[in-house]
Each structure stands twice: as C-alpha cells, then as structure tokens.
Design a protein around this ligand. Structure first.
Ligand code: ZN
Length: 359
C-alpha cells in the first residue's frame, strides 16, 4: 500500500421507498408495482394483525392481479422463520411482506435474508421500535431473545390511521427507542475516543437530531392522536436510515440497549423494548455526565414510564440487568464496559435516577 492511497469503502442498504401517512395502505398495490417486486407475495402476519390490516392488503393485492398467500406466525422464533422460508419456496414467492407490530416484521425480515436475495416489505400496524425500518430483528434463538442483523426492508408502508389506533404504550415505546439514541451516540463517540472504533459523522448527526426532535416535542405526544403517530414513524424511519448509513445498529444501540436485552433474558415479565431502553438511557445518561433529569422529565411529559415499578420489573432485575449488560455484547464497547459497575454502584445508580426505590 502506497502512503496516502485511499482505501475506504462502505455499502449502505436503504429502503427503496417509504410511504408514511393517512390512508397510505389504500395505495399498497401501486406502491408494490412501482417497486417492481414481482407478482407473487407471501404475507407474514398473525391472527390479530391480519384482522387489523392483513386482509385488506390481501384483497387489494389480489384485485391488482397479484398471487397472494398468507402465512400466520405464532411467535418470533427460528421455527417460525424456517416455516416462512419453506412456505415462500414452495409457492415460489417473489417477495415477503410482514404485517404487524414487530413479530411478523422480524420473522419476514429474517426469512427474506436467510433465503437470500428476496425482497421484503415492512407494513407496521404499530410503531413500537425502529425494527420496522432497520435491518435489525429480534428473534428467539434457543429460548433466548436475540438481536439478529438482517437486510432492511425494500419498502415500508406505514399507515398512520392504523398506527394511531394501536395501544398508546406501543407508540411511547417507539418514542423511547428513538430518544435512547442519545446515549447510544454518547457510547459510540466514547468508543471512538478510547478504542479508535470507526464512527460515521453522518450517522451520528442523523441519529442525534432525530432524538433531539422527539425530546423537544415531548408535549406533542397524545394517545390516539394521528399526528403523534406520524411524528414517531418519521423519527423511526430516520433512525433506521442512520443505521443503514452506519452499516450497523451502533448509532441507535448502546449500553441502554444491552441493558434492555439483559432484562429480556432475566426478567420474569420483560416490558416493551422501547420502554426498557429509555429507562436504561436515564441511567446511562447519568454515567456519561449528561442531563438525565431533563431527559427523564421529557419522558414523563410524553407519557413514558420511568421506573421499574411502572414497567412491572423488580428492583433486583434492574440491578442484575445493569451488571449483565456488558456480557451481552462484549465487543460493543460502552460506558458499562468501561466502568465495570459493582452491585453497589449499580444499585446506587438506579436509586439516584429514581428507577428503583421511591414510593
Ligand atoms: Zn431499539
């Protein structure tokens, strides 16, 4: 290699088309036609999401001349991923479409990636996490919930009239997943300073501003409000694009995500991903010396839970998750890897930030 030669390269996989807004589901056939995905679709959904949106999509696609098959999943695990793959091969599907809050999209995403070269469309019925746009999927492997990296969707069709009708807790979870980008970025920048890990300024800028906009608009979050759904879906999309630019989940997943993944494994009844991440962010923010009180205050304004009690997780589980978090991904350097908290440190942190203790 000659000195001064340039050797950097990166591939960014982005969605080809993202349709967000009131009634966009009505245009699904023309959106699919424009994307040129082929004529045979396998719709991955569960019983509930089929009622909410799936049947409508099936009808609209059939009317437009598509061959449509439905695959009902029971859970987001490898068994369901494999059965979707077999089904898709058997009917010679051209593309997969996942319709749901998370599970169907995760299963369809993984199956499409495993098959290789198969397009996948994401049709969220709720906006509870950034997986609706990104390449990251949450799948249970050998009884453990794991974060798997797959291909991002080619198409995203997010109808806000449907998403606004989903339980409000799901939307605030989506909000929580976005604002947790704040600490993810702090961890990434720290890793860059201390280990020389490569970062992307564009991914960091997009991820940070997305979280900022959401925090600034905390008072505009309201149950059943389509404008709130619109705001969260747009932010989840931007967050997904930041991950595509980075080529990893780094800009949207730091120690607060490892804490949430740890809770998923040890809590008797884990809470929603976005709520766990945001609560983790309060604590991680304090470790970074950030304004965790303002962060927590905005969470409260937007209607998010901020304590263990509110998400139905025990105080011991919170502390155990903080201690277990670095082992979830030893290679992803975060402030928890750096500080190596003792049980006493973790307890104090959780108490001082109001996550545990209190009334
Ligand atoms: Zn997340």
């Amino acid at each position: 290699m000659t000195e001064g030669e340039f050797h950097k390269s990166r591939t960014m996989k982005l969605p080809r088309s993202v349709a967000i807004g009131h009634g966009v589901l009505d245009d699904i056939a023309s959106i699919f036609e424009d994307a040129g995905l082929g004529g045979s679709a396998l719709i991955v959904q569960d019983e509930t999401t089929r009622e909410i949106a799936g049947k409508k999509v099936e009808d609209l696609l059939k009317k437009a001349g598509y061959t449509v098959h439905s695959h009902i999943i029971s859970d987001a695990d490898m068994e369901n991923v494999r059965s979707v793959m077999e089904h898709a091969k058997k009917i010679h599907a051209d593309f997969l479409a996942g319709i749901g809050g998370g599970r169907s999209i995760d299963v369809a995403k993984c199956a499409a990636s495993e098959i290789g070269g198969m397009s996948f469309a994401s049709i969220p019925t709720a906006a509870s996490h950034d997986g609706i746009v990104s390449g990251a999927a949450s799948i249970t492997v050998d009884g453990k919930k794991s974060s798997i990296s797959a291909e991002p969707p080619v198409l995203v069709v997010a109808d806000t009239s449907i998403i606004a009708k989903a339980p409000y807790a799901l939307l605030t979870a989506g909000y929580g997943d976005i604002i947790s980008n704040k600490t993810a970025v702090l961890d990434w920048e720290m890793a860059h300073r201390e280990t020389g890990e490569e970062t992307s300024s564009y991914a960091i800028a997009l991820s940070s501003i997305t979280a900022e906009i959401m925090l600034r608009n905390a008072d505009k979050m309201h149950p059943g409000d389509e404008e709130s759904a619109w705001m969260v879906v747009k932010a989840l999309t931007a967050s997904g694009v930041a991950m595509s630019i980075a080529g990893s989940s780094r800009p949207a997943s730091g120690a607060e995500h490892l804490f949430s993944h740890a809770l998923d494994r040890i809590a008797e009844k884990p809470a929603l991903h976005g709520h766990q991440c945001a609560i983790g962010s309060i604590m991680i923010m304090k470790l970074h010396g950030g304004d965790w009180e303002d962060f927590r205050n905005r969470m409260k304004i937007a209607g998010l839970p901020t304590s263990a009690k509110e998400i139905g997780v025990s105080e011991k589980e919170i502390v155990d998750a903080l201690l277990m978090a670095p082992q979830i991904r030893p290679e992803r350097y975060t402030i928890l890897h750096k500080l190596k908290l003792t049980r006493k440190d973790a307890e104090e942190l959780a108490i001082e930030t109001g996550v545990i203790g209190g009334e």
